[in-house]
Design a protein around this ligand. Structure first.
Ligand code: HEC
Ligand code: HEC
Length: 331
């Protein structure tokens, strides 16, 4: 009777008649299907006009000081929203310290960025902050560049009606955020959660069971299968120096007793098969090895090879349908 009630309520929550299935009931404690759309954002609503403007800005190289980089230079939407590099190649030709995070489904993350020490970079400032961090530009200079293009004044006025001076850094961020909110990638896992038994293979279902039994789901939960909470990489057992990023290697070499511990956001796992290399350092290229590092490092519970393979199979069910975004004509 109890499982019947649980089944009924899960069906009511996700709008589909769901057959009794203990695995799905267990998964429902951690996961629900991806929302079809997200329009309610931090302090504003994503309108079609903001989304259209945000799309143009996402492809706009004039936002970078050098004029060489747009968001898409590092967040290639056809390649999982990343660049495939270990760490990002900055417009000044230097290598960044961190692996590029995906923008796909990023609107669902409660925390952004790898590094817990930058947790105050709230969602609504992501646009301008990135203009600073990744595009080597200041929000002021990016706004000045946009103001020099008269057609953008019209587009900002359409997207932010009633504002006397709509071309601002905040509105730039709001437009980019509105576009990013459309970048959702529904996956077989969502179809299965909503009741389609055939959407996952038997191997993937077994892998999901292992993922939950081993404790991966205690950190990797919610709509992004992660994206919330910050932990040291190596909560139980520290990974080798070969997985650490350049700043950590330098800090370790300096042996500074005052040094802070590095903590990292629980990485979101949607489209994880597309976003190698892995971890904040981008130093692990093989997903199975990343899974083994997690099991030993975060849980202190190494996996048998068939358990690793099962989890990797399950993770494949998180690879979704990528949005098809044709490069827009820029003003
Ligand atoms: C030079 C490469 C590069 C460019 C250009 C770039 N990014 Fe990024 N982006 C990164 C890297 C690297 C990270 C991870 C940074 C970190 O966590 O320290 C990131 C992280 C993000 C995140 C956080 C996702 C999450 O939830 O963790 C968002 C959102 C984002 N970028 C959006 C943008 C937008 C919008 C633009 C254009 C204004 C842009 N990026 C331009 C490299 C880049
Ligand atoms: C204590 C919390 C915690 C647990 C438990 C945990 N993870 Fe993680 N996971 C993280 C954090 C934090 C990161 C980011 C680490 C980094 O890059 O430094 C991460 C990163 C990952 C990555 C790499 C993602 C990327 O984009 O590079 C994979 C894959 C992963 N976890 C899978 C798993 C699996 C499989 C399990 C169970 C065996 C697991 N995790 C258990 C916190 C956790």
């Amino acid at each position: 009777m109890r499982s019947f009630l649980v089944t009924l309520s899960a069906g009511a929550m996700f709008g589909a008649p769901v057959a009794a299935d203990p695995l799905r009931d267990a998964a429902a404690q951690f996961y629900g299907p991806l929302p079809a759309t997200v329009t309610e954002l931090e302090g504003h609503v994503a309108t079609p006009e903001k989304v259209e403007l945000g799309k143009k800005l996402f492809f706009e190289t004039r936002l970078s000081a050098s004029g060489s980089h747009s968001c898409v230079s590092c967040h290639d939407l056809a390649k999982g929203g990343v660049d495939g590099l270990a760490t990002a190649l900055l417009p000044d030709g230097q290598s960044g310290l961190r692996n590029t995070s995906s923008v796909l489904n990023a609107v669902l993350n409660t925390d952004h960025y790898w590094d817990g020490r930058e947790a105050d970079l709230a969602a609504q400032t992501v646009g301008p902050e990135l203009a600073g961090l990744a595009m080597i530009n200041t929000p002021e200079a990016a706004v000045a560049a946009l103001k020099a293009i008269p057609a953008y004044a019209e587009e900002f006025a359409l997207a932010f009606p009633g504002e006397a001076d709509p071309v601002t850094a905040d509105n730039l961020a709001r437009a980019l955020e509105s576009f990013e909110a459309t970048l959702l990638t529904p996956a077989p896992f969502d179809a299965w959660l909503a009741g389609d038994d055939a959407a996952l293979s038997d191997d993937q279902k077994a892998g999901l069971q292992i993922f939950m039994d081993k404790g991966c789901a205690y950190c990797h939960f919610g709509p992004s299968i992660g994206g919330q909470g910050y932990y040291p990489l190596g909560l139980v057992e520290l990974p080798g120096i070969d997985i650490k990023a350049a700043d950590e290697v330098a800090q370790a070499a300096a042996a500074d007793p005052e040094a802070e511990d590095f903590v990292f956001r629980t990485a979101p796992l949607r489209n994880i098969t597309l976003t190698a290399p892995y971890f904040h350092s981008g130093k692990v290229t093989d997903l199975a090895i990343a899974v083994d590092v997690m099991a030993a490092g975060q849980l202190g519970s190494p996996l048998a090879p068939e358990e690793t393979a099962g989890i990797v199979a399950f993770l494949g069910s998180l690879t979704g349908t990528l949005p098809e975004i044709a490069p827009p004509t820029l003003p």
